[in-house]
Design a protein around this ligand. Structure first.
Ligand code: MN3
Length: 203
């Protein structure tokens, strides 16, 4: 059975960028529901309870066809949110920058970090409907920016996720209403670049 883990910071720790009420609803209601529905679906294939969420999403063919869509949506929802919580942190200083090998790769594949931020922001702003923008690495560690719809996850495409933003309205509507770009600006202030750089360095 999958469980909803506590966040590594308090619901109000990302203020003023992410407000407490949104964080609480996002984690204890939205993320929790993905976990509940994933477990309900897997009750039909209990042998899959031994698999990690990554194993399920990397190879969705192991999931019986009658629950594959539910596992894609709710398993993806669980994985994507876990990932999202892991790459943000309480605000420190000016928000930091990519480090080490990741910094070199960003320069190599985007020109410089400013260009990367602009491209990533554009991708996140222009997602139509609900979805996610991602910085990913392919098997050769080449970086690219992709978007996924709904709760689809890059690991299903064989890509290694490094950074992501949730642009479902539930992630920002209470504080930012229709101003998704303002929410994205705020999110940049709380990106945990140490963790993103660590994910890139991990083989
Ligand atoms: Mn969400």
């Amino acid at each position: 059975m999958f469980t909803l883990l506590k966040l590594p910071y308090a619901y109000d720790a990302l203020e003023p960028y992410f407000d407490k009420q949104t964080m609480e609803l996002h984690h204890s209601k939205h993320h929790a529901t993905y976990v509940t529905k994933l477990n309900e679906a897997l009750a039909n294939a209990p042998e899959l309870y031994t698999k990690s969420i990554e194993e399920l999403l990397v190879n969705l063919n192991v999931v019986p066809e009658n629950i594959r869509t539910v596992v894609t949506n709710h398993g993806g929802g669980h994985y994507n949110h876990l990932f999202f919580w892991s790459i943000i942190q309480p605000p420190i200083g000016n928000g930091g920058e990519p480090e080490g090998e990741l910094a070199s790769a960003v320069d190599r594949d985007f020109g410089d970090v400013t260009k990367f931020r602009d491209d990533f922001t554009k991708a996140a702003v222009s997602i139509f409907g609900s979805g996610w923008a991602w910085l990913v690495a392919n098997r050769d560690n080449k970086l690219s920016i992709i978007t996924t719809a709904n709760q689809d996850s890059p690991i299903t495409q064989g890509l290694k996720p490094l950074l992501t933003i949730d642009v479902w309205e539930h992630a920002y509507y209470l504080k930012y209403q229709n101003k998704r770009a303002d929410y994205i600006d705020a999110w940049w202030k709380i990106v945990n670049w140490q963790e993103v750089s660590r994910k890139f360095a991990k083989k």
